[in-house]
Write a protein that binds this ligand. Structure first.
Ligand SMILES: C[S@@+](CC[C@H](N)C(=O)[O-])C[C@H]1O[C@@H](n2cnc3c(N)ncnc32)[C@H](O)[C@@H]1O
Length: 214
């Protein structure tokens, strides 16, 4: 993942160009969040993957895939939220002329613990599923063995106290990750950022024994 290049371009986020996606595929996302996942996917290195946990009916997946042909996309969902499902995702991808990527159906924690991602190097990881404190922390930790040397982890709904506490505690214990960007959402007067988002930059070159503060 070309992390620095991606972070530089974050200031140019143009959510308006994803309004058509939101109109056609209403989801639990706002236009800037959609532009963010698209920009992140655009900065994948060859051979790397975008992995999203929490796809529902495909809003963020369509946004991430648009104009990112030839890249590897993986979506994980147990379809436990009403309105979501494989059929809806496939239909929505088709509306935008996008191919069906790898859809891993099942509980995210089981999928991530299995060998389902073996052989992939994950450059972009988007967590938009279970938002309890323990689930958030676990969701971040479980992807670590699959991450490319440089990667980004995008966490949605960070306006919520339990989500922020989880990413904060994750960062405190993981020197390879740092908070690179955050935007407050609806609670901060920015509905174009949904319920807020944080981007964690991962650098696998950092020694795991370094303290997170050093
Ligand atoms: C907030 S929605 C995702 C919204 C989507 N990213 C969008 O753009 O509209 C959360 C999704 O996470 C899924 N989910 C929740 N807990 C899960 C789990 N433990 N494993 C897999 N999927 C889960 C739900 O089924 C739901 O589709």
């Amino acid at each position: 993942m070309r992390v620095e290049d991606f972070l530089e371009h974050l200031t140019e986020i143009d959510g308006g160009s994803f309004r058509d996606v939101l109109e056609a595929v209403p989801g639990l996302a706002a236009e800037n969040n959609l532009a963010l996942v698209n920009l992140a996917a655009r900065h994948l290195e060859p051979g790397e993957s975008y992995v999203e946990v929490g796809t529902l009916r495909g809003t963020s997946l369509v946004a991430a895939m648009r104009d990112n042909e030839g890249k590897d996309f993986v979506a994980i969902d147990s379809w436990q939220m009403s309105g979501g499902g494989r059929a809806a995702v496939e239909a929505n991808l088709a509306r935008f002329g996008l191919p069906v990527p790898t859809l891993l159906e099942g509980d995210a924690f089981e999928v991530l613990r299995s060998d389902a991602l073996e052989g992939r190097r994950v450059g972009v990881y988007y967590w938009d599923a279970a938002h309890g404190y323990d689930a958030q922390l676990e969701g971040l930790r479980l992807i670590e063995p699959h991450l490319a040397e440089r990667a980004v982890l995008i966490v949605d709904d960070t306006d919520w106290d339990r989500v922020r506490r989880a990413t904060g505690d994750y960062l405190a214990g993981q020197p390879r990750a740092r908070l690179a960007f955050e935007a407050g959402g609806d609670d901060h007067g920015n509905p174009e950022w949904w319920e807020g988002v944080q981007v964690l930059a991962w650098d696998g070159r950092v020694s795991p024994s370094e303290t997170a503060a050093s």
